[in-house]
Write a protein that binds this ligand. Structure first.
Ligand code: G16
Length: 520
């Protein structure tokens, strides 16, 4: 229970962080995100939340200050849960509380309801990091008010959690550190790089002698989005001796995410700044602002900067194919006596906004497939239900999860895995186009069935259906963005021109219903 002294300290501390007038900030698919100038109170409150979360779970938790692919003047928070996952959804509410008393009331109720041990020996620990945004530093201060060792007031006096700033990092680095710390492994940047480079070495060692030049093109150009990813890659590449990495847009010049980065490349399907005709024929990749997205591309010759994009859907298909093949090899080698009850459950998690051809391809492989709404937190949760859970968003958030049970089972069988390397083809994909419409209120659009059907405003879904029916192999969905004040439009059709035309007709429709009437 919270005592009187703790209550009054909390009231005092939160009175320094009034929520912004007239702006309602809510926890969206990727955390909180808005113009950096209105975020201090939210970050402070999330600081309290993660400290409580650390107490509740008796483990270390992470808080990342980033707005990922958004423009440089925005910022936000992402929470790394102890399991390495995002903040679980039931922990989302009370950052919206309008005043200190309201906030206190919610926290007291929450602490009681969740039975959070305020007096135990574990005082809580939060690892903090930020991306390269200039506003990150002051937001970090707002979060650190929870730290025992920074100021005598603030939430520290209630929970006594310690906050450790890990540095300017990528989001995946912070997730890795939280997980490592909870497992008792060292958590410095050095260990992170060492683990990545030695894992990469293991993969390269699987390639049979003499075939590497045939299958592995070791030159790679990487667009660092003018953010932290480019900076980190500069360090990492020194130990990736099998790859010849050239980093561009690593932040010395140029603005974060402006004409660069994975989001830009995937949505615009053109080269990022700093790439052009001399790069035709070379493998290129692009990271986003906090380096948790990755897409590949090739620059097309004589094309005004257009590219051949390898997005999450294409990568997913390659991963699924590879994993499926390795499992068949293991199954053939199964010892019936030992393994008869052991059936590995493989699941692929996508959003409805994935390319329809990738979905068909996975069906042909016979892999179980499920759909969730957009947002890593939804996909991750679903993927964790499988022995091998493969989840990719088309925009380049991608992870393959292996259950502990499966890893134990696999341990004795590693030598049976294939050591032959294949030149995988990229399956022929449908043409798609992404568009967006600025709207007065994005929450006016309500969807159902994993964002495939618009429930509100009435009439919109019927209008989309009528438009889509005009196109051969047409598919089209809309959803409110989780990170910007726009409605996203996804359209697919048999040709690129048709996909673009369907997307813009539907975008005009959305504009008529909800927008400013300015969509072309
Ligand atoms: C965040 C989420 C992603 C999601 C993306 C969509 O990405 O973490 O899971 O795909 O938002 O953004 P929007 O709704 O604006 O299209 P990030 O990289 O911005 O953190």
């Amino acid at each position: 229970r919270m005592n009187e002294e703790q209550r009054s300290i909390l009231l005092e501390a939160s009175s320094h962080f009034p929520p912004p007038q007239g702006a309602k900030l809510s926890y969206e698919m990727a955390g909180f995100r808005a113009d950096a100038s209105i975020l201090r109170s939210t970050v402070f409150r999330v600081g309290i939340l993660v400290a409580l979360r650390s107490l509740k779970t008796q483990s270390v938790i992470g808080l990342m200050i980033t707005a990922s692919h958004n423009k440089v003047s925005d910022n936000g928070v992402k929470v790394a849960d102890p399991s390495g996952r995002m903040l679980t959804q039931e922990w989302e509410p009370f950052t919206d509380a309008p005043d200190p008393h309201h906030l206190l009331q919610l926290i007291v109720e929450f602490v009681n309801k969740e039975n959070i041990p305020l007096e135990g020996t574990w005082r809580g620990e939060v690892l903090l990091a930020r991306d390269t945004r200039p506003s990150g530093e002051s937001l970090l201060e707002a979060a650190k008010l929870l730290a025992r060792d920074t100021r005598p007031t603030g939430i520290s006096s209630i929970v006594g959690a310690s906050a450790i700033f890990m540095g300017v990092l990528t989001t995946p680095q912070l997730h890795w550190m939280v997980r490592a710390k909870n497992k008792g492994i060292k958590t410095s940047e050095l260990e992170y790089f060492e683990q990545l480079s030695s894992s990469f070495r293991c993969l390269v060692d699987l390639i049979p002698q003499g075939s590497s030049s045939k299958y592995v093109n070791n030159k790679l150009l990487v667009d660092g989005a003018n953010g932290v990813g480019g900076e980190m890659l500069e360090v990492l590449k020194k130990s990736l001796i099998d790859l010849d990495i050239e980093t561009r847009n690593s932040g010395e010049e140029g603005v974060l995410n402006e004409g660069v980065g994975a989001d830009y490349v995937q949505k615009e399907k053109v080269v990022p700044c700093g790439f052009g005709p001399p790069d035709v024929g070379t493998r290129c990749a692009s990271l986003d602002g906090d380096a948790d997205r990755l897409v590949y591309f090739r620059v097309l010759s004589n094309s005004d900067g257009r590219i051949n994009l390898v997005d999450g859907d294409k990568m997913l298909s390659l991963f699924a194919l590879f994993i499926n093949e390795q499992l068949s090899i293991l199954n053939e080698a199964k010892d019936e006596n030992v393994d008869k009850d052991n059936k590995t459950r493989v699941g692929v998690v996508q959003t409805a906004y994935a390319n329809g051809a990738s979905t068909d391809f996975l069906k042909q492989l016979g892999i179980e497939e499920v759909f969730t709404p957009t947002g890593v937190k939804y996909l991750h949760e679903k993927a964790a239900e499988y022995d091998i859970g493969i989840y990719f968003e088309a925009n380049g958030h991608e992870t393959v999860l292996f259950s502990e049970n499966f890893l134990c089972w696999l341990e004795g069988r590693i030598s049976e895995l294939s050591s032959t390397t294949k030149g995988y083809f990229i399956y022929s994909f449908n043409s798609y186009f992404l568009d967006w419409v600025k709207v007065v209120d994005r929450t006016a659009v309500v969807t159902a069935n994993a964002e495939t059907v618009v429930v509100r405003p009435l009439g919109v879904q019927e209008a989309i259906n009528a438009e889509t029916a005009k196109y051969d192999r047409g598919r089209c969905f809309i959803r409110p963005s989780g990170t910007e004040d726009v409605i996203r439009v996804y359209a697919e059709a048999s040709t690129q021109e048709a996909a673009e035309s369907l997307a813009s007709s539907v975008a005009r429709l959305v504009d008529q219903f909800l927008g400013f009437g300015s969509h072309r």
